[in-house]
Structure formats: structure tokens, C-alpha cells
Design a protein around this ligand. Structure first.
Ligand code: C2E
Ligand code: CA
Ligand code: CA
Ligand code: CA
Length: 275
């Protein structure tokens, strides 16, 4: 057992070393990716549940990493968040999304995801203002999606940041609603334009009575407070039907369309299931 233990420890060291190495490589590659603009935004539509009309698109980042293909944000955003790289990536996302939306024929909204570090960056306000000015995009067409992590550290600072952004005229959505610890308190304290039900609830709604109850409770909350609620992760007709019956205002998910790149004219290539 003694020998086995030592072997395990040595193996474990090697494993940790390999992990640290992979992370260092990822960080170095991300820095290059920022310089070489290896990122691309895909856009996923959000539709009105009553009319099926497209209300806007959420910008979702992907990384064309040489030798790795198209890398999804789950594989690099966390590492980027641990360093200042996230601020460069975030700035790029805001400028790129605003410029894209300013060229769309339909004057619909564009939503950009912000990580906590970006949200708390004192330069965010100037970045957003400058991106709106340079692109000519109407501020009301830009929506910033934030999560509870942005608000939890310091609610007074967060309130001040939100207030300034709201004065610019941009919209604020609370993303991943229901997954945090203080969802209700944040809805009470902050002026959100929209709440997004986390897809984990929507995806399990039909197989799990508790998830269904949570979805209903969030929809009820939204309607009592007159805050539009978006359900993300809508994959099936029956999920959509239930959500529409429960008066969910906006739907987003693979059923409606998958995130897609822009076409050569800068328009979203959206393959609507019902179009
Ligand atoms: P999120 O903001 O919660 O985005 C929703 C995720 O669900 C996206 O994954 C989207 O592709 C996926 N999704 C959409 N519809 C469905 C569906 O019907 N079923 C299922 N199973 N999934 C669906 P994605 O694109 O991999 O993004 C993951 C996360 O990465 C996002 O979660 C967001 O937190 C973050 N992210 C994406 N782009 C950016 C960005 O530009 N900046 C920052 N800071 N974070 C970003
Ligand atoms: Ca989002
Ligand atoms: Ca979400
Ligand atoms: Ca998320």
C-alpha cells in the first residue's frame, strides 16, 4: 500500500503539472488570439412567444483556435476570467456586436454577455458609450446580460454601475436566473429590463416537477413585477407550448434557432424551425 501510495502521489504530481502546462499554453494562446482577432461571434435569435417575431439576437463568442477548430466559450472563458484577458475579449465582443447590429436590416436588439470582471471594470462604461457612438447603434438596441456573480461582491458598486449604464439607454438582462443564491433580492434591488430563466430548468421542466414549479414561479414573478421573462434552452415543441401557455414572453433555444455566424452581407443566418 505504501508503494502504491507513492506511485499515486507521483502520478498525481505529473497530472497537476500537465494541467498547469495546458492552462499556461491556453493563456498564451488566448493572448495571441486577442492580438490576431481569432474570435468570432455567433448569434442566436430570441423570439416573441405571442407573435413568433424575432426580437433580437444574443451574441455568443467562439474561438477559431489554430489546430483546435472552433472552440466553445465553456473551454476558455473561465481561464480568460482569471486574468486580464477577459477585458480585451469583452471589449472586442461589445464593439463587434454593436457594429454587426448597426448593419442589420431589422432594427432588433443585440445582447452581449458580460462576465463579473468585465462588469466591475471601471472602463466598461466608456467602452459601451464609445462602441455605441462608433457603430451608430441606438443604445436601446444594446442589451447587456449579466449574472448574479456580477452583483454579489459589492451591491452598492454594482448598483452605481447599472445606474450609469441605464442612463446611457442600454438594457440590462439578468442571465441564468434561479441558479444563484440571492436571485429574489437582486430582482428587488436592481432595475432589470429582462430576466432569463436558466436553461437547466427549461430542459428538465417536463421530467422534473420541481423544475416545472420553479419555471412557473419565475414566470409569475416576472408578470407580477412587469418584467419580461425569457426562457432559454427551448429545444422541443412541447416545452415551447407549455411556456407559451404559462405566458412566458420570450423564447430562445435550438427549437427556434441555433447560434449562427453572420452571412457575407453581415446578416444573421438563422434557420428558423418554423420558417
Ligand atoms: P449563456 O449566456 O447562458 O448562453 C446560453 C448557452 O446555451 C450558449 O452556449 C448557447 O449556445 C446554449 N444554448 C442555446 N440554446 C440552447 C438549447 O436549446 N439547448 C442547449 N442545450 N443549449 C442551448 P455557449 O455559446 O457555449 O456559451 C456558453 C456561455 O459562455 C454563455 O452562457 C455565456 O455565459 C458565456 N459567453 C458566451 N459568449 C460570451 C462573451 O462574449 N463574453 C462572455 N464574458 N461570456 C460569454
Ligand atoms: Ca446569456
Ligand atoms: Ca443563460
Ligand atoms: Ca450561463
Amino acid at each position: 500500500a505504501k508503494h502504491g501510495g507513492r506511485r499515486t502521489a507521483r502520478f498525481y504530481d505529473g497530472e497537476l503539472h500537465a494541467q498547469a502546462e495546458t492552462k499556461r499554453k491556453l493563456e498564451a494562446d488566448l493572448e495571441r488570439a486577442v492580438r490576431e482577432e481569432e474570435f468570432v461571434l455567433h448569434y442566436q435569435s430570441k423570439v416573441c412567444s405571442r407573435t413568433s417575431r424575432i426580437l433580437g439576437y444574443e451574441a455568443l463568442i467562439r474561438w477559431n483556435r489554430p489546430g483546435h477548430g472552433l472552440v466553445m466559450p465553456g473551454a476558455f472563458i473561465e481561464v480568460a476570467e482569471q486574468s486580464l484577458i477577459i477585458q480585451d475579449i469583452g471589449r472586442w465582443s461589445i464593439y463587434t456586436a454593436c457594429e454587426a447590429a448597426a448593419r442589420w436590416k431589422e432594427k432588433v436588439s443585440v445582447s452581449v454577455n458580460l462576465s463579473a470582471r468585465q462588469f466591475l471594470d471601471p472602463k466598461l462604461y466608456a467602452t459601451v458609450r464609445d462602441a455605441l457612438r462608433k457603430s451608430g447603434l441606438d443604445a436601446s438596441r444594446l442589451e447587456l446580460e449579466i449574472t448574479e456573480t456580477c452583483l454579489i461582491q459589492n451591491t452598492i458598486v454594482a448598483a452605481r454601475i447599472l445606474e450609469r449604464l441605464k442612463k446611457l439607454g442600454v438594457q440590462i438582462a439578468l442571465d441564468d436566473f434561479g441558479t444563484g443564491y440571492s436571485s429574489m433580492r437582486f430582482v428587488q434591488q436592481f432595475p432589470f429590463d429582462r430576466i432569463k430563466i436558466d436553461k437547466s430548468f427549461v430542459l428538465s421542466m417536463e421530467s422534473d416537477k420541481k423544475a416545472q414549479a420553479i419555471v412557473d414561479a419565475i414566470l409569475h414573478l416576472g408578470s407580477s413585477l412587469s418584467i419580461p421573462v425569457v426562457a432559454e434552452g427551448v429545444e422541443t415543441e412541447s416545452q415551447a407550448k407549455r411556456l407559451i401557455e404559462a405566458h412566458c414572453s420570450e423564447l430562445q433555444g435550438f427549437l427556434l434557432s441555433r447560434p449562427a455566424p453572420l452571412d457575407v452581407d453581415g446578416m444573421v443566418i438563422s434557420k428558423l424551425a418554423n420558417a
